[in-house]
Ligand binder design. Structure first.
Ligand SMILES: Cc1cc2nc3c(=O)[nH]c(=O)nc-3n(C[C@H](O)[C@H](O)[C@H](O)COP(=O)(O)O)c2cc1C
Length: 382
């Protein structure tokens, strides 16, 4: 199978254990660079950078990583309403030019009103989606050069521009692809009408199939088709037993009161997607395998993506294939700690996916393992 596999830049922290500072590491410029360079050299197709007040700013971090990577694409968020469409057009266009076409946009409408009000955006769930709809009509038209020399005019309920234009157009035409996640009705409608790639968090395959069918039907009504992606954590080891042990270890220092606090905070959000993630485990740690090899332990305390594929390489690849059979082309993965798990996943699973350098023939330029004596290559892996 030929899939796009992305990794994740952990700008809100990284650790060996959830919910404790034990095993935590400082996420500074050097570490972020290590994760990005690892993803690039291992052969991941791109990286997602999260956005929100709990993260370092995604545009600044991505810009700092552009020059130390070669092929890696950057999935960077635009939050409609927090900037103007014109500024967002310029930032995206400049990033795409300077990186030679390596920008992908993650459209984040947002699901936490308190966080957005702290940032200065006062809009409930439905108004936020109205703003997103207008924002991306303007953004796409401006990027595509609609309106010609006079520029593009738009007057909506929430947003207005006059003479909008892009003097330095993006490398990717008509604009860098728009990725988007959201599970509410207005989210599906926005995806169907304006987005290029619909992303879902890692729900069980049957639930994902339902979502994709709804998006496909809505898109068809607009005469459109979309591509699909999924956001999952991975805990992959050489055996299934070792992988499940690693899953247990990840939450071995996690206290119940920390889980309760995190779940109470998620319950205040108006994100339908977040509600669906929380419902998978209900805050309980005794029923975390919510579908074969799909473990909801991460979501006990982490917002957003809360499930991990757990198992040995063959098992994880087979579960990925189940999602691929539904139409998922892009897997946006992560695991703890992000540097080590990026290597584990690439070394163990990439060969099964036909991805990365591991898939190539053994040659003197590697990969081959450590040379023995003066010129004996290690035996070729089975
Ligand atoms: C793959 C993926 C990545 C997301 N990344 C972010 C993010 O970085 N920051 C954020 O605030 N929300 C993020 N979201 C949340 C959505 O953008 C959306 O705003 C939220 O789910 C509320 O929409 P809903 O009520 O339609 O589900 C992400 C969602 C998905 C599926």
């Amino acid at each position: 199978m030929s899939l796009n596999v992305f990794w994740f830049i952990p700008t809100h922290g990284d650790s060996r254990y959830l919910g404790t500072s034990k095993g935590a590491r400082s996420v500074d410029a050097d570490y972020l660079r290590q994760v990005a360079v690892a993803a690039d050299t291992l052969g991941y197709d791109g990286v997602l950078l999260p956005t929100g007040r709990s993260c370092e700013d995604a545009w600044v971090v991505a810009s700092s990583l552009m020059a130390v990577t070669h092929k890696l694409k950057f999935l960077v968020a635009i939050r409609p309403g927090l900037s103007t469409p014109g500024l967002a057009v310029r930032m995206a266009s400049t990033f795409d030019r300077l990186s030679n076409g390596r920008l992908l946009i993650n459209v984040v409408t947002g699901g936490d009103q308190g966080e957005l009000e702290a940032d200065g955006l006062f809009a409930d769930h439905s108004k936020r989606y109205e703003i997103s709809d207008e924002f991306f009509r303007i953004w796409r038209a401006t990027m595509a050069g609609e309106g010609g020399a006079a520029g593009y005019d738009f007057e909506g309920r929430h947003l207005q521009v006059k003479g909008a234009k892009t003097l330095y157009p993006p490398v990717q035409k008509p604009y860098p692809p728009l990725y988007f996640g959201g599970s509410s009705e207005p989210a599906h409608e926005l995806a169907a009408e304006q987005m290029d790639v619909y992303l879902t968090w890692g729900e069980p395959p049957a639930a994902v199939a339902e979502k994709l069918a709804d998006i496909r039907a809505r898109a068809a009504r607009h005469g459109r088709t979309l591509r699909f992606g999924i956001r999952l954590h991975v805990i992959v080891r050489e055996t299934n037993e070792a992988a499940w042990r690693a899953a247990d270890e990840l939450i071995s220092d996690l206290d119940d009161d920390v889980i309760a606090k995190a779940q109470a905070a998620f319950a205040k959000m108006d994100s339908v997607g977040q509600r669906r993630m929380a419902a998978l485990h209900g805050g309980r740690r005794d029923k975390l395998e919510v579908s074969p090899n799909l473990w909801a332990g991460v979501g006990l305390v982490r917002g957003g993506a809360g499930t991990a594929l757990v198992g040995d390489a063959e098992t994880v690849a087979a579960r990925m294939q189940e999602y691929a059979d539904l139409g998922i082309e892009t897997f946006i993965l992560s695991g703890y700690p992000h540097l080590e798990e990026s290597y584990r996943f690439a070394e163990l699973v990439f060969p099964l996916l036909g991805k990365g350098k591991q898939a190539g023939e053994q040659s003197i330029t590697g990969p081959f393992g450590e040379m023995m004596a003066s010129d004996i290559l290690p035996k070729k892996a089975a």
